[in-house]
Design a protein around this ligand. Structure first.
Ligand code: NAD
Length: 333
């Protein structure tokens, strides 16, 4: 394996993954990204001149372009997606186009070109809400939002290409990520950046929804292991064993920043809001020896400091389209 196509590499996890792989391996990496509202080449400024890195602007739904690129690669890792649940509630169609049709376009080209490995970066949200217990890889898919339904549909298409055409695939289903370069519409960077600006912190419902949080670098190390040692056709759950209530995360961020809890505003709950996600990552731990490196305390401190040090990065984002979106969601700026 010499050349890897990473799609959606200008987003949060994709950009962290490209940096991670360039540092640790000798592969050439092609990044195909459409640069939608959350794709940002600033995320890769430090590697843009790297001799083993190439950027191509384009969509995973562009069949001709995808065919041309995949002809020259050995593996495909598909991060490209519309990724925000709230946006999927407002406008589901683009989620089907990108997440389902885009994935199928990549699969079809990969099958024709006989690539060595296709990895689909999926999410624990495809399992729906866990009132009790933990999601294993055998838990039935029961997505509740247009976002998670589109990701589940893509997962099933990946499975079908494996079963029907013998395409070598893996699917990874990870819990909520946090870390540097995350777009500030997502919970942790939204709360950090609003707190830094002394703006209200909007918390959905009663704030008691539970998520399992994993540092993005630990997600990257898991994908690296799956790429090299994953069993063909297998699904791997990835999670940090680190369940937290949203409100506790918000309070922790305020405490770390020395800000007052009076900034918290409870807002109307998200429709269909899953109460709890909880991942059982035993398979990847036992089979591939994966272990997260970050404790949540250490990871969240580092992340807060990153947003303090990189104020320009998020101030540039929190303007224009972002402000219009924010106003629509929360009724104020
Ligand atoms: P992100 O929204 O930050 O990045 C998505 C990237 O995909 C952007 O750079 C965007 O420009 C690009 N993109 C969108 N449509 C495209 C298209 N048609 N063609 C090419 N590129 C396109 O998302 P993220 O948080 O980095 O998530 C990456 C992947 O990981 C997604 O597939 C998501 O479902 C999955 N995932 C995310 C999390 C999380 O907590 N963020 C957890 C589990 C799984």
């Amino acid at each position: 394996m010499e050349r890897i196509l990473v799609t959606g590499g200008a987003g949060f996890i994709g950009s962290n993954f490209i940096r991670y792989m360039l540092e640790r391996h000798s592969y050439s990496i092609i990044n195909l990204d459409a640069l939608t509202y959350c794709g940002n080449l600033e995320n890769l400024r430090d590697v843009e001149d790297h001799p083993r890195y190439t950027f191509i602007r384009g969509s995973i739904t562009d069949r001709e372009l995808v065919n041309r690129i995949i002809r020259d690669v050995d593996a495909v890792i598909n991060f490209a997606a519309e990724s925000h649940v709230d946006r999927s509630i407002q406008d589901p169609e683009i989620f089907i186009k990108t997440n389902v049709l885009g994935t199928q376009t990549l699969l079809e080209a990969s099958r024709r070109e006989g690539i060595e490995r296709f990895i689909q970066i999926s999410t624990d949200e495809v399992y729906g809400s866990a009132e009790t217990g933990y999601f294993t890889e055998e838990t039935p898919l029961a997505p509740n939002s247009p976002y998670s339904a589109s990701k589940a549909a893509a997962d099933l298409m990946v499975r079908a290409y494996h079963r029907t055409y013998g395409l070598p695939v893996n699917i990874t289903r990870c819990s909520n990520n946090y870390g540097p370069y995350q777009f500030p519409e997502k919970l942790i960077p939204l709360m950090i950046t609003n707190a830094l600006e002394d703006r209200p912190l909007p918390v959905y419902g009663d704030g008691m929804n539970v998520r399992d949080w994993l540092h993005v670098e630990d997600h990257c190390s898991a994908i690296d292991l799956v790429l090299h040692h994953g069993r063909d056709g297998e699904v791997y759950n990835i999670g940090g064993n680190n369940e937290r209530r949203n409100i506790d995360i918000v309070r922790l961020i305020l405490r770390e920043l020395g800000k007052d809890e009076s900034l918290i505003r409870f807002v109307e709950d998200r429709p269909g809001h899953d109460r709890r996600y909880a991942i059982d990552a035993t398979r990847i731990r036992n089979e591939l020896g994966w272990k997260p490196r970050y404790s949540f305390r250490e990871g969240i401190r580092e992340t807060i400091n990153w947003y303090i040090r990189n104020r320009k990065w998020w101030e540039n984002i929190k303007s224009g389209e972002y402000l219009r979106y924010y106003e629509r969601m929360y009724g104020h700026r």
